[in-house]
Design a protein around this ligand. Structure first.
Ligand SMILES: Cc1ncc(COP(=O)(O)O)c(C=O)c1O
Length: 362
């Protein structure tokens, strides 16, 4: 018996594997596997979300006008050059759908964020991975991978799952080396964590006069609204006009839009979160290094560390009801990614590191 047959390539896609959220027999494990904000979200955002409960029967504003206006004002951007999606994940899918098809390719650094490759493969195009020596995106390698069939280049700055970042001069060099017909998607999911680091820029202002750059951002990380799935992007009028034609009209829910607008107005929450990520990252990084483990220099809300036996270390954390992310499916089988939790969460992680050597099997 034959049934519907998916397009060529669809069944070759390995579905996205999210950070584990459940642990058998443990009611509330400490989830440090998805880089969420352990401090929740702004109180103002929560209140706005609850207030929107009376409007659940209404479709969202298809133009996301309030949030569009609030982002444009805050970041000094032209509102008509913004596009929204169900998380930045959906924006990547729009970009791939609009610019890629069979015979085309996209290029990413070797340890690129997994959702990009899925978005690319779904269009029938191929993802090429440029070597990342020492776990930092390498502009020369990316440019060397670009060929006449390349239509999109994806780079996250800072990057996930490595946490490493590039000085903005490197992003400029990458853009300068790309043909005008190649769209550079600059994924700023963790940009809030890195703003203020010397040499870092989120690229929003720089991209204003670029025809082939799409800067993506999310409310899922520093703003603590991962559950609401709100991502946005800023691009040239021509790129945004292409994405606008294929996006689905109601990706951003009404309550989510209300919460995001309120969250944007609460700078203090984001500042406090980022300061705590910074402090927590230093503590965790130092504890891991004290154990003799290698860590990558992170500018995000997570630390990525190398273990003799990462699978065993993952199991050791799980025995203590802590979920971290084993990076085997990113081609980093010796590495674990640990999200920065609250100060108490970090103490728990460090206590496990002290009690049990996670380099050894449990
Ligand atoms: C580098 C990077 N980009 C994008 C995203 C997706 O974020 P969202 O779809 O929640 O906006 C993530 C989420 O972990 C990420 O790590």
């Amino acid at each position: 018996m034959t049934g519907p047959i998916p397009k060529p390539g669809i069944l070759d896609i390995a579905a996205y594997v999210p950070g584990r959220a459940k642990l058998a027999g443990v009611e509330r494990p400490l989830k440090l596997s998805a880089n969420e904000n352990p401090f929740g979200c702004s109180e103002a955002a929560r209140a706005a979300f609850l207030a929107a409960a009376s409007e659940l029967h209404l479709y969202p504003d298809a133009n996301t006008s309030r949030l569009r206006g609030a982002i444009a004002e805050k970041f000094k951007l032209e509102p008509e050059r913004l596009v929204f999606g169900a998380g930045s994940d959906e924006v990547f899918a729009f970009a791939a759908q609009a610019y890629l098809g069979p015979g085309d390719n996209a290029v990413q650094p070797q340890y690129g964020f997994a959702a990009w490759a899925i978005a690319v493969a779904a269009t029938g195009a191929r993802m090429k991975s440029a070597p990342e020596p020492d776990f930092v995106a390498d502009v020369d390698e990316i440019l060397a991978a670009v060929d006449e069939s390349t239509r999109v280049v994806f780079v996250a700055n800072p990057a996930n799952p490595t946490g490493t970042w590039l000085p903005f001069s490197e992003i400029e060099r990458l853009h300068a080396g790309l043909p005008a017909c190649v769209l550079l998607v600059l994924d700023g999911a963790y940009a809030e964590c890195a703003i203020g680091i010397e040499g870092f820029s989120d690229g929003l202002d720089w991209s204003r006069d670029k025809q082939n750059v799409l800067v993506t951002r999310t409310f899922s990380k520093a703003y603590g609204l991962a559950s609401l799935r709100i991502g946005w992007a800023y691009g040239s009028s021509s790129v945004v006009s292409a994405l606008d034609r294929i996006r689905l009209p109601f990706s951003v829910p009404r309550a989510g839009e209300a919460a995001a607008v309120a969250a944007l107005g609460d700078d203090a929450f984001v500042r406090r979160s980022v300061a705590a990520f910074d402090q927590g990252r230093r503590e965790l990084d130092a504890a891991l290094r004290d154990k003799g483990l290698r860590t990558l220099p992170s500018a995000t809300n997570f630390v990525t560390a190398c273990f003799d036996d990462a699978k065993a270390a993952d199991a050791t954390f799980a025995q203590h009801s802590i979920l971290v992310r084993h990076l085997a499916n990113y081609g980093m089988p010796d590495w674990l990614r640990i999200s920065i939790g609250t100060p108490d969460d970090i103490k728990r992680v460090i206590a496990v590191l002290q009690q049990v050597d996670p380099a050894k099997a449990p």
